[in-house]
Design a binder for this molecule. Sequence first.
Ligand SMILES: [Zn+2]
Ligand SMILES: [Zn+2]
Length: 339
Amino acid sequence: MQKAEYLGNRRFEIGVGHMAQPAPDEVTLRVAYVGLCGTDLHIYHGKMDHRVHPPGIIGHEMSGTVAVLGESVKGFAVGDNVVVRPLDYCGSCPACTAGHSHVCHRLKFMGVDSTGALQSYWTVKARSLHRLPDNVDLKRGALVEPLAVACHDVARSRLRAGERAVVLGGGPIGQLIALVGKALGAHVLVSEPHALRRTYAADAGIEVFDPTGANLAEHVEAWTGSKGADVVFEVAGVPQTVQMMTKIAAVRGRICMVAIHSSQPPVDLFRFFWRELELLGARVYQAEDFDRAIELIASGQIPVDPLITSVRPLADVQRAFEMLDTGQAGMKTLLECRA
Ligand SMILES: [Zn+2]
Ligand SMILES: [Zn+2]
């Protein structure tokens, strides 16, 4: 079997791996497609070597088929098409005990803190599986994980039909948040400086705004009849959008923090007092977010096909990362792991 190993320092190598036998509570999957995302790019840049410990196999947005079942696994059969919710939680810490295992104090993110999916076969705990219905093919299945992120963000924001939401940042997650918001009947505006990303969003029927040299706050003021946005999603992760998020939120508006900020940018706390704002953190997803994501794709409410801008064989992993790094990859690149 094939594996793509991250060696550190922006390098991948294709090697021959061995297929692990599943423990009683595990399954071995034949991996079909693996999507690449910003986290993977961060790893490629060497920023997460302390978690990945290269050489290692990364990849966490995947679809595949059950190949071998551990002896105590119930509810799945060989040949089932599935996706993996790549969270390995302890089950006993205060977060897990309170029902929030997705933010377990000892959470291991599979594909970062432990072996990931960029290989022909991947052995995982059966509790992490979600079955794909027949009308969601494996290519679309690889989009379930990022769509589950968006479902979690929208759920955390309590966005409702008829409300107005602004998404700061129109990458794949920002765009999926907009689509999930739209599917539930909200009005969503995406602010994104890159023309190509705006085009993808506009093609998906999303309202877009180019903040380059323009005043987003004024635009939102007009767009909301001077009320401000009911919900703001901060997805860009730069100090400018952190400044903007408090400017454009309505009285009692909810700001959902989706981006991963490694620095500590200034936040206008006065606006939180003045407009009684609420700040909500949103990290990864819960099982119900995966179920919702699968349902949104299966029902056709969210067409994910246009987001898949290229599909390459696993052997092209190095080139795929180089294109992602230079912004030539479009929205979502999938690597096909079946030989
Ligand atoms: Zn990802
Ligand atoms: Zn825990």
